[in-house]
Every structure is written in C-alpha cells, then in structure tokens.
Ligand binder design. Structure first.
Ligand code: NDP
Length: 310
C-alpha cells in the first residue's frame, strides 16, 4: 500500500529537500506519495520543522510518526495534540558542521586570534598561547553533537571534560553527570561550550551562581539554545570581567532584536544561528530509514523522550 508522506516544513525548504527525499525513499524501495498537501486523515508520516504551519495534530488520525528535520525539538515536544512517536534529527552533515563551528571558535579564543585580526594600531605584540594540552575545554551536553565535538577537541590535544544527565564514558574526556557534576565541570572550564537541549530542566543552566563557578575570564560558546543562559547574569559577568568573552549563536528571541545589548557589547560575538544546519542529502537518508523502519515494524531511530523533552 502507498505510504503518504507530508512535507510539513516551510514551503521554501521544499525545492531543496524534495529531490533528496525522493532519492532516499527510492533507494529504500518504498511505494510512497510525497507531497506538500494531503487531507490530514490521509497522512502516514510527517516530515516536520518546528516553524511549520501544522500546530494541531488532532486531525491527522492516520499518522504513524512525526520526523523532525532539526536536532532541537523544543518547538514540538510540548505539543499535547501530538500523540504518535516523534523522532529528532541526528545527521552526519549536521554533526560535522557543529564540529567545525565549535572547533573554529575554540581555536579562535585559544590562540587569541582577535588580537591580530582586530589590530587598528598595528601593534607588533607577541602573545604566546598555551598549547592545547594546557587548555581546558568543557562541554555541557554529551549527546550526538557534544560527544562528537569532545572527541575532535581531544584529538587536537585539549584537556576536555563534559557534563550530561546520565553517566558517560568517552575516551580522553573527563565525564561528569548529575547536579554535583555541573560544578566540577564548570570549575575546569577555561572555554565552555553549551550543547544542551532546551528543556524545563536546562533553562538558565548558566546563571549568576554557575557563571561565578567558572574560572575568571572564561569564554562561553553557545551553539545550544538561548534559554540555557540567564542573559542579564551573563551581561553582568561580562561587565565584571568574570567572563572574558561570549560567542553566542542562539538566543531567546531570533533574530536577535536590533536593540539587544549583546549586539554592541565589546566582548560578545553574535552569530545568526548558523553553527550547523541539517544537510538535505544525509538528513533525507535518515528520514527514509525511519519510514522504512515504521513500515517494517522496526523501532524508529532517534526517538524523543517526551517526558524529558529531548
Ligand atoms: P542530544 O539529545 O543527543 O544530547 C543532549 C545532551 O544533553 C545529552 O548528553 C543529555 O544527557 C544532555 N542533557 C539533557 N538534559 C540535561 C540535564 N538536565 N542535565 C545534564 N545534561 C542534560 O542532542 P544533540 O547533541 O543532537 O543536540 C544538542 C542541542 O544542540 C540541540 O538540542 C539543539 O538545541 C542544539 N543545536 C543547535 C544547532 C545550531 O545551529 N545552533 C544545530 C543543531 C543542534 P544524556 O546523554 O544523559 O541524555
């Protein structure tokens, strides 16, 4: 029987995704109809992005699963009208993009590159950075992305630690978990990377107290989500010198409002939620794999635990 797949992400994504999705679904040998419009009660699977027009899932009576195109699911996981399995995106291209963004920004701060890139007075001022082996980088969140970044930074020789909800073992990484583990992780972090999901439990993970637990002058990179940080506490910590620099890719309101104090702050770098994008070719293979699994009665990959919110 033909499987009806609704592409429910924004219309402008359709031309980019359609050929990749068709190729991946063909490769799986599925008998399918892929469209942007179906009557709700005809849809078997929904390819979804949180800014989709679909917010009420009640009319989708035949729906077997919602397959999210993004890694972050905060825009859908709290939707009570969704009662079928929800899978998030874990995609090689997305992971590689995040490794590159995190590594690039860690190296920027580790090497002190700004002093030479922004050097209006043309000063010949040699500053010798420590070697990576003497630089501590900590990652909050050791999931698909945090773990891959941690492993890459270990490969470059950095002293890497990390924090997650459950215990982890990652070669070369000092892994902490649970509430007490956070303070231990922060105490070691000259450069701190946030790769936690946005859930009720992670909101304001960085607040006045936890920012004070970092070494003085620590650098923060936030490619995770805006609500992980109490913004007022971060501005205070930047102004006092407790935090040396913050490179922020994600914000509570996006695009970041023009009058937000982050834009003008001399020790904040704003990037426009560009750390890593879902890549249509590799992501389409994950979507097709999950639909094939659904049709053959196998468990879906990368299911979201709706109770924990990620
Ligand atoms: P995962 O779900 O694979 O990993 C999440 C990690 O966070 C896990 O290690 C998890 O612990 C940990 N965690 C969750 N809640 C807590 C908590 N309360 N206390 C301690 N640790 C916690 O997600 P991904 O790695 O795939 O993605 C992480 C986030 O990155 C996404 O949710 C999204 O917000 C962001 N992102 C940003 C992008 C950008 O362009 N800026 C692009 C893609 C993603 P445990 O392992 O024990 O479950």
């Amino acid at each position: 029987m033909t499987v009806n797949i609704l592409f429910a992400a924004k219309e402008e994504r359709w031309p980019t995704y359609e050929p990749h999705l068709r190729r991946a679904l063909d490769d799986k040998g599925l008998d399918y109809d892929l469209r942007r419009d179906f009557a709700p009660d005809e849809v078997d699977y929904m390819v979804y992005a949180p800014n989709s027009d679909v917010q009420d899932f009640t009319p989708y009576t035949r729906l077997k699963a919602v397959l999210n195109l993004w890694a972050g699911v905060e825009g859908i996981t709290r939707n009570d009208t969704l009662t079928v399995p929800l899978a998030r995106m874990v995609d090689d291209g997305l992971t590689q993009g995040m490794i590159e963004w995190v590594t690039g920004h860690v190296l920027r701060h580790h090497l002190g590159m700004d002093a030479y890139i922004v050097n209006p007075d043309q000063e010949w001022n040699l500053i010798v950075p420590p070697l990576a082996q003497d630089r501590s980088v900590a990652i909050l969140g050791l999931g698909a992305l945090g773990r891959a970044c941690a492993e890459t930074l270990v490969g470059l020789g950095f002293k890497v630690s990390g924090w997650s909800r459950s215990p982890k073992e990652i070669a070369g990484v000092t892994c902490h978990h649970g509430e007490n583990g956070l303070t231990e992780t922060l105490a070691e972090a000259e450069i701190l990377v946030l790769l936690l999901p946005d859930t009720p439990a992670t909101e304001n993970t960085l607040n006045a107290e936890t920012l004070a637990a970092l070494p003085r002058g620590a650098v923060i990179l936030n490619p995770g989500r805006g609500p992980l940080i109490d913004d007022n506490a971060l501005i205070d910590a930047l102004n006092s010198g407790q935090i040396g620099h913050a490179t922020l890719d994600t914000f509570r309101i996006e695009p970041l409002p023009a009058d937000h104090s982050y834009w003008a702050h001399p020790r904040v770098t704003v990037t426009p939620h560009c750390a890593s994008e879902t890549r249509p070719a590799s992501a389409s293979r994950i979507i097709a794999e999950n639909i094939a699994r659904g049709e053959s009665g196998q468990p879906f990959l990368y299911l979201v635990d709706r109770d924990s919110g990620y």
